[in-house]
Design a protein around this ligand. Structure first.
Ligand code: SF4
Length: 279
């Protein structure tokens, strides 16, 4: 049985989620940040964590953005195959929702990577569609700051690099980022697929709740190893030294070609704004 959903419903959901995400950081992130404070050996690092928590509480109470860079809107839609959108163009409705949400937020999107004219309303948002079973629509938004996006990396390795090569690449990415990605970080790692797939996997890894583990035991163990190695770099909160450089490493993986071991690392910063809704 087909379920009809007006595109205005999606538009309103996009606006609501992006507006709320700007000043309300995810509860799992705040809990992880709070739990990390006693583990931070550096007094400056501890003070930064406390300031980040205070900033978040203030932003939520006053409904002002957690960070001045309210980012680029990245939207993930899981569309049930039994859904029929009515009342107009879905893509246009989503972009209208993005523009409405950003009316009072910083506009950070340029229309062309070379000419660089600001679009004036933070559109276009970047949309990923996935067709799934059922008659529901899952909508997840990321309000992605680009300090962390700039420090993200991708490498098409040969398989001979092995798990040790993967670890070196991930840790090297964090070291190259230093303070520029605004740690404590959430580290999304994509493994496998092809050139385009692996970047998408790394981005999707940022959507997972902090503390969740990959279902495959060897990749769950790799997440733990990587987090430990990253937190031994000494970069610390905001890059001023300490143990808490990252709060989580999430790996998303896919089948790949016999000749390749694609790896992508997508970083999220200390303003990891995400929100979701089922429609
Ligand atoms: S990387 Fe994140 S915390 Fe740093 S300025 Fe950008 S949005 Fe803000």
């Amino acid at each position: 049985m087909i379920r009809e959903i007006p595109v205005t419903r999606i538009q309103e959901a996009v606006e609501t989620l992006l507006s709320q995400a700007a000043y309300r950081l995810p509860a799992d992130y705040l809990a992880a940040l709070g739990a990390a404070a006693p583990m931070e050996a550096s007094p400056v690092g501890r003070q930064i964590i406390e300031l980040l928590l205070e900033n978040s509480a203030y932003a939520q109470a006053e409904q002002i953005p957690t960070c001045q860079d309210t980012g680029m809107a990245i939207l993930f839609l899981e569309v049930g195959q039994d859904v029929h959108f009515t009342g107009g163009d879905l893509h246009a409705a989503i972009q209208d929702g993005v523009a409405a949400a950003y009316a009072g937020l910083r506009k950070s999107v340029v229309d062309d990577p070379i000419r660089r004219a600001n679009t004036g309303d933070n559109t276009p948002g970047l949309i990923h569609y996935e067709i799934v079973a059922g008659d529901r629509v899952g909508l997840t938004v990321l309000q992605k700051g680009f300090g962390a996006e700039l420090m993200s990396r991708l490498q098409m390795f040969p398989p001979s690099v092995g798990v040790e090569g993967v670890k070196r690449f991930v840790v090297e990415t964090i070291e190259l980022a230093g303070p520029n990605a605004c740690p404590p970080l959430i580290v999304g790692v994509g493994l496998g697929g092809a050139f385009d797939t692996v970047a998408h996997l790394a981005k999707k890894a940022l959507l997972r709740p902090i503390g969740s583990r990959h279902p495959a035991p060897h990749l769950a163990a790799l997440e733990v190893d990587l987090l430990d190695a990253i937190n031994r770099t000494g970069i610390g909160p905001q890059g001023l030294g300490g143990r808490v450089t990252a709060l989580a490493v999430h790996i998303e993986s896919a089948a790949t070609h016999i000749g390749a071991l694609p790896v992508a690392v997508n970083l999220n910063c200390s303003a990891p704004r995400r929100a979701k809704m089922e429609i």
